[in-house]
Design a protein around this ligand. Structure first.
Ligand code: ATP
Ligand code: MG
Length: 324
């Protein structure tokens, strides 16, 4: 692709996570909008070289319909303490952002809070299918295990694409970020939390939790994910308590309940594999939805995100006026 950092113009911040910050940027030579992620790292020559080598593996991953395209990794000239990763920009953002926007605007739509979200079973089936396809492509062709499936790493575009990003090619990268909680996620499977050997089935567990969250609007198992104590307590409960379940009270279809039950199995040996899940009736159900309809769903989401941004801006303006 040959993208040069000096050909980029920053357009605005998209978001930030534990490990870094993502901004929207314009690649001037071909007027393409891309996403630029900046990650602070330890400034040690050996670590940096190893990191770049590992990131170059991402270069060798050929484009796939369900993997966010990688455009390159650099050290910024201004500071050698950070690494920059360039990738495809997905204009509807990640599932966590969409869910947050949904939670903010649903009460306005219905007058009262409901535990329904914009994600219906058909759209979740499509999303799950995309995640499974992406995961099995990474594993079958490159023996890469994603290791970090969660709503913020599943991205949607208004063209109707669903893609996964931030796959864990680099454990070194995770280790060299100076924060104990980087690489710790509440979507981790019990075997991973316990430090055991893990396989692609770890990502299956994460997918199960994600589906429950998209459907109900709430992270299963509760807990306070905003403090280290809260996270540790939650991780302990994932290991010690029964796995989360979708209520089978008729609110959800039998197929989605069964699918989630096969993902959220604590013993990895009894959990379904990527291949098994790809043939599950819940995934086949999504195939009845036409591409055009799913694209419409994505476009609607994009419109709602835009509206939400405008409402937020208005509220901020009002708050400013009140202060004066
Ligand atoms: P963590 O650091 O715990 O993995 P995270 O995934 O939210 O959390 P980042 O990967 O730094 O953190 O991403 C920050 C936010 O930027 C994401 O939540 C997502 O909404 C947005 N984002 C990331 N990559 C892209 C992209 N390629 N296109 C559009 N938005 C993106
Ligand atoms: Mg991410």
């Amino acid at each position: 692709h040959g993208i040069q950092l000096e050909d980029l113009v920053q357009l605005g911040k998209i978001g930030s996570g534990n490990s870094g910050t993502v901004i929207k940027a314009l690649h001037v030579p071909d007027s393409r909008v891309i996403a630029k992620k900046t990650i602070p790292i330890e400034n040690k020559e050996a670590i940096k070289n190893q990191l770049l080598r590992e990131l170059s593996i991402m270069h060798s991953v050929k484009p796939h319909a369900n993997i966010v395209e990688f455009y390159g990794a650099f050290y910024t000239p201004s500071s050698s303490n950070e690494i920059v990763i360039l990738m495809e920009y997905m204009d509807c953002g990640s599932l966590d952002k969409i869910l947050a926007t949904c939670k903010r605007s649903m009460p306005r739509e219905n007058g009262a809070h409901t535990n329904q979200t914009w994600f219906n079973e058909l759209s979740i089936s499509r999303i799950s299918s995309a995640v499974l396809q992406g995961l099995s492509y990474l594993y079958q062709d490159y023996k890469i295990i994603h290791r970090d499936i969660k709503p913020s790493n599943v991205l949607i575009s208004s063209k109707g694409n669903v893609k996964i990003c931030d796959f864990g090619v680099s454990r070194k990268l995770i280790n060299s970020i100076a924060d104990t909680f980087v690489g710790t996620s509440t979507y981790m499977s019990p075997e991973r939390i316990q430090g055991n050997v893990y396989s692609t089935k770890g990502d299956v567990w994460s997918l199960g939790l994600m589906i429950i969250e998209l459907l109900t609007g709430e992270f299963p198992l509760g807990g306070h994910k905003d403090t280290p104590e809260g996270i540790l307590d939650l991780l302990q409960r994932i290991v010690n308590e029964p796995p989360p379940r979708l209520a089978s009270t008729g609110q959800f279809s039998k197929v989605i309940v069964d699918f989630v039950n096969r993902c959220c199995v604590k013993d990895e040996r009894e959990r379904s594999s990527l291949q098994e899940l790809m043939c599950h009736d819940f995934i086949l159900m999504g195939k009845s939805l036409e591409d055009r309809e799913f694209r419409h769903w994505c476009k609607r989401i994009k419109r709602k995100i835009k509206e939400d941004k405008m409402v937020l801006r208005e509220e901020q303006e009002k708050a400013k006026l009140v202060k004066r």
